[in-house]
Design a protein around this ligand. Sequence first.
Ligand SMILES: CC(C)(COP(=O)(O)OP(=O)(O)OC[C@H]1O[C@@H](n2cnc3c(N)ncnc32)[C@H](O)[C@@H]1OP(=O)(O)O)[C@@H](O)C(=O)NCCC(=O)NCCS
Length: 206
Amino acid sequence: MWDVLPVTQKSFGEAARVLAWAFLDEPVSLAIYKGFGPEKRLRNLTADFASEMEVCLRCGNPLQVCEDGKVVAAAVIYQPGAYPLSWIEQTRILIKSILGHDFYDIRPSLKWLAEIDKIHPQEAHYYLEYLGAAPEYQGRGLGSAILHSLTAKADEENKGCYLETASPRNVPLYQRHGFTVIAEKSIIGLKAWFMWRPARGGGAQA
Ligand SMILES: CC(C)(COP(=O)(O)OP(=O)(O)OC[C@H]1O[C@@H](n2cnc3c(N)ncnc32)[C@H](O)[C@@H]1OP(=O)(O)O)[C@@H](O)C(=O)NCCC(=O)NCCS
């Protein structure tokens, strides 16, 4: 029903704004931007996702869904071998985010990233780093359409897929797309689930 297409140079800013809206009340965003109201959180998340999307456009395979020419869902995805990003790209993201930010305590964010990276699988896989649908479009199958497109490509190439989430409601969604929980961990006061979808041939785990 929904067409899933690559994010383009023209659309990446819009895709980033959709992700910022989607993640406005997501647990990690709330923990990192503790004390910020919705407007300020949105501004900072937009800066974060703009730099994430820009890097993903260069090094990964970001996807989007549009309705009437307007981006309504998007995902930051890295193909096997592209993640972890080089130090140059990581520094670029950090600097761009900091420049576009209001002052905040960056330590929870760095702690979150360091802890999730410890669990990140070594085996070649597609990494779904961020997935979001515009709030008014949630629950209409957009996230599933992107997940379907991602997993179909991974199956074609016989590759695994991996993601993490701190939203319990998302766990069954990912399970429906073939992911299973391979680890659970408490980080910065949040419970996180680490999920793996094996390559069609089986594949190893984290
Ligand atoms: C999670 C998300 C990408 C799913 O996309 P979607 O298009 O809303 O989901 P679909 O319509 O394909 O599937 C619905 C399922 O998504 C999950 N879901 C999570 N948050 C949801 C929300 N706010 N509204 C509707 N479904 C949601 C549920 O498992 C739901 O199934 P259920 O109705 O049986 O509980 C989207 O809801 C979203 O952007 N949420 C906020 C940001 C977020 O949590 N991103 C993922 C971080 S890992």
